[in-house]
Ligand binder design. Structure first.
Ligand code: FOL
Length: 179
C-alpha cells in the first residue's frame, strides 16, 4: 500500500469529454498555464512533483513541452523503450507508484495523475488518490475519450468563478475524498 498522496487533474466537457483524436478538443492557453502552475507547485523547494500519464497522453503533449519541465515525468507503457532523459517508463500505475515510493520518496512532494481515461480510472480506485482538480467546460465539443463518472465518495470543496476563453466557458472545482 502506497503512502504517496495522489491528485488527479483534468479538464472536461459537460459530458465528461477529455480528448479527440489524441489531442485536446479545445485551445485554452490560460487553462493550460494554470495546469502547469498547479502541477509544478511545491511547498518544499528542495522537492519536485511527479506527473504520471499514459503513453497516449505523453504522445499528445506538444514536442516542445515534453517532458513537462520542472516535474518528474512518468509514462505508463509496456512497449515504449525510451522516452528521453529523466523520464521514467513503467508498465502499470501500481509499478510507477512503487518505484516512486522506493526510489524518490524524499524527492517528490505530490503525484499528479494527468490522464488519460484509463489512468484516471485506475487512480480513482486507489484510496490514496485524495483530490481531483477538475476544470468543468460548459460546452460539448466532439470528444472520443471521456473521464469516468466522479465517484460519490468525492465532494466539492472549492468552486471558482466562471471564466471565458476562446468561446469556451469554464470554472475550476476541487473535490476531496470523504474520509
Ligand atoms: N488538466 C487540465 N486542467 N487541463 C489540461 O489541459 C490538461 N491536459 C492534460 C492533463 N490534464 C489537464 C493532458 N494534456 C500540456 C499539453 C497537453 C496536456 C498536458 C500538458 C502542456 O503542454 N503543458 C505545458 C504547458 C505550458 C504552457 O502553455 O504554459 C506545461 O508545462 O505543463
Amino acid at each position: 500500500m502506497s503512502s504517496l498522496r495522489l491528485s488527479i487533474i483534468v479538464a472536461m466537457t459537460a459530458d465528461n469529454g477529455i480528448g479527440f483524436k489524441n489531442s485536446l478538443p479545445w485551445s485554452l492557453p490560460n487553462e493550460l498555464r494554470n495546469f502547469a502552475k498547479l502541477t509544478k507547485n511545491c511547498k518544499d523547494k528542495s522537492k519536485q512533483n511527479a506527473v504520471v500519464m499514459g503513453r497516449n497522453t505523453w504522445e499528445s503533449i506538444p514536442a516542445q513541452h515534453r517532458p513537462l519541465k520542472d516535474r518528474l515525468n512518468v509514462v505508463l507503457s509496456s512497449t515504449l523503450k525510451d522516452a528521453g532523459e529523466g523520464v521514467l517508463v513503467c508498465p502499470r500505475l501500481k509499478d510507477a507508484l512503487t518505484l516512486l515510493e522506493e526510489n524518490y520518496q524524499n524527492k517528490i512532494e505530490n503525484v499528479w495523475i494527468i490522464g488519460g481515461a484509463r489512468v484516471y480510472e485506475d487512480a480513482l480506485n486507489l484510496s490514496n488518490c485524495h483530490k481531483l482538480h477538475v476544470t468543468h467546460i460548459q460546452e460539448k465539443p466532439e470528444c472520443d475519450v471521456f473521464f469516468p463518472t466522479i465517484p460519490r465518495d468525492f465532494q466539492i470543496i472549492t468552486t471558482s468563478e466562471m471564466v471565458e476563453e476562446n468561446g469556451f466557458h469554464y470554472n475550476y472545482q476541487v473535490y476531496e475524498r470523504r474520509t
